[in-house]
Design a protein around this ligand. Structure first.
Ligand code: BEZ
Length: 211
């Protein structure tokens, strides 16, 4: 069955381009992005992995580890990484899981047979320090992901994990937030001393509390 938000991310051991890992140990006390790509030595995947390598410092700033996966063997990953580094002007600096027997792909429901026969689609799982799934995304093979959007979502997930706020459409870090409906308007000044605006009784905004 598909993993749902709030489910525990299944643990596994796997061979990666940076050695054998146990997934929950790899996550440690931080956050993790586990993302799959359909196939090594393919064009869109090459650009995606190069992009992730180049913005890895942005994930690190947020305390997030990244790890990729496909059903290709480790030898293919290692050979392909040279191409990624060459063509994308980067150094792939995060592990790629080799899952040739598809154990992990099946555990995470990354194979969607109506889309690709026996290959993983472009799945993304954001996993919190409690090892629970905080976000899932699924893209088809033909559409490369927007990893800036992934960073934006992580900013929201990390903020809303710690404050009683939600983030509006197209929100970016540093912008006003929405006070969650569970907080009565009369309690807002105590909880959000930076101020607030009541636009409607159900729509109250406040400056981002941790900025
Ligand atoms: C790609 O990365 O370009 C790709 C991979 C699998 C199927 C189609 C495209």
């Amino acid at each position: 069955m598909a993993l749902r938000l709030g489910d525990e991310a299944p643990n596994f051991t796997a061979d990666t381009t940076e050695g054998k890992i146990t997934f929950h140990d790899y996550i440690g006390d931080g956050w993790c992005v586990l993302f799959s790509h359909p196939k090594d030595y393919t064009p869109v995947c090459t650009t995606e992995l190069g992009t992730v390598a180049k913005i890895k410092p942005e994930f690190e700033k947020r305390g997030v580890k990244v790890i990729g996966l496909s059903v290709d063997p480790i030898e293919d990953h290692n050979g392909w990484i040279n191409d990624i580094n060459e063509t994308q002007s980067c150094t792939v600096n995060f592990p790629l899981i080799a899952d040739p027997d598809r154990t992990i792909a099946q555990l995470y429901d990354m194979i969607h047979p109506n889309e690709l026969d026996n290959l993983t689609v472009r799945s993304v799982f954001v996993i919190g320090p409690d090892k629970k799934v905080k976000l899932t995304l699924t893209y088809p093979a033909s559409t490369g992901r927007n990893f800036d959007e992934l960073l934006r979502v992580i900013d929201s997930l990390q903020l809303t994990a710690n404050y009683q706020v939600a983030t509006p459409a197209n929100w970016n870090d540093g912008e006003d937030c929405i006070v969650v409906p569970a907080i009565p308007t009369e309690e807002i000044p105590d909880k959000f001393p930076k101020g607030h605006t009541v636009i409607k009784p159900y729509l109250r905004t406040t400056p981002q509390p941790n900025k």
